[in-house]
Design a protein around this ligand. Structure first.
Ligand code: NDP
Length: 263
């Protein structure tokens, strides 16, 4: 996909990876439709995108968890540009702890943002992309879509679902000119995702690094775009899978206030 002049929608562009992705696309002179709930933050991002070289930027309030908000957002983007080239489903929410301690409203929020949000935006964007026989949909999953993380059970489940949805849809759309891709970031710094004091594990990638991976994926659409660490984990899985479950559980338990009683 040639990015100069392309019309790119980015959800969750008010901070972190989404914000960095907006800047990376702006440097490629793409036209941008930025969405999130915090309009003030989005407006500041939009202003910077214009300075970086984007010829047109719109910032609009978007709640991906709301069907009508998702539809209205895509309709407005198509109305303004008469087309849509790239959709980056980046908006996401996380929660860490024991599944049994997770508040019900958090359960609803994660499913609505991470899964229903991707479905709502994709369903809204597809008719126009299919009609034009052109488009790239990039769904931002996570390493936990590949290897589920203890104490992030529901988050892992939503990201597995995003990967499954994307792969199935990629097949459904084969030959249509529309490509569906999954990007799997690992721990990323420069975002609001991790709570202060949360230790996490391993080195972190920068939001800019992940943004560049997303832009490369838009330029050269591929099924799965993942970091090398993840490929190594995948190779090790058949032999060390059980050991990794235990080790990751031990590491992540340090961030959880109460230990699960030994059974
Ligand atoms: P941030 O918390 O910095 O960004 C999340 C973005 O999503 C914000 O812009 C937020 O904007 C937006 N958002 C949340 N809920 C909604 C909603 N209902 N409707 C519209 N926008 C919403 O986190 P990251 O940048 O780190 O996360 C981006 C993506 O990367 C997520 O999908 C996350 O799961 C994934 N990821 C992150 C990793 C990390 O270590 N940071 C690792 C692996 C994956 P607003 O509040 O203004 O609506």
């Amino acid at each position: 996909m040639r990015l100069k002049g392309a019309v790119d929608v980015i959800t969750g562009a008010s901070s972190g990876i989404g914000e960095a992705t907006a800047y990376a696309f702006a440097r490629s002179r793409a036209r941008l439709e930025l969405g999130a709930r915090r309009l003030e933050r989005l407006n500041a991002v939009a202003e910077k995108c214009l300075k970086l070289g984007s010829p047109a930027v719109n910032a609009r309030v978007l709640d991906v968890a709301d069907w009508s908000s998702a539809r209205a957002f895509i309709d407005a983007a198509i109305h303004d540009h008469e087309r849509l080239d790239v959709l980056v489903n980046n908006a996401g929410a996380g929660w860490r702890g024991r599944l049994q301690d997770m508040p019900e409203e958090k359960v609803d929020e994660l499913i609505a943002t991470n899964l229903k949000g991707v479905i709502a935006m994709t369903r809204a964007a597809l008719p126009s992309m299919v009609e034009r026989r052109r488009g790239v949909i990039i769904n931002v999953a996570s390493v936990v879509a590949f290897r589920a993380a203890p104490y992030s059970a529901l988050y892992s489940a939503t990201k597995h679902a995003v990967a499954g949805l994307s792969h199935a849809l990629r097949g459904e759309l084969s030959g249509s000119g529309v490509k569906v891709c999954v990007v799997y970031p690992a721990g990323t710094s420069g975002t609001e995702f991790h709570k202060e004091g949360e230790r996490g594990s391993g080195p972190r990638y920068s939001a800019e690094w992940v943004a560049n991976l997303i832009v490369r994926t838009a330029r050269f659409p591929r099924r799965d775009a993942m970091v090398m660490r993840l490929r190594l984990v995948d190779l090790a899985e058949p032999v060390f899978g059980g050991l990794m479950d235990h080790a990751i559980g031990e590491v992540r338990r340090r961030d959880v206030p109460e230990r699960t009683p030994a059974s």
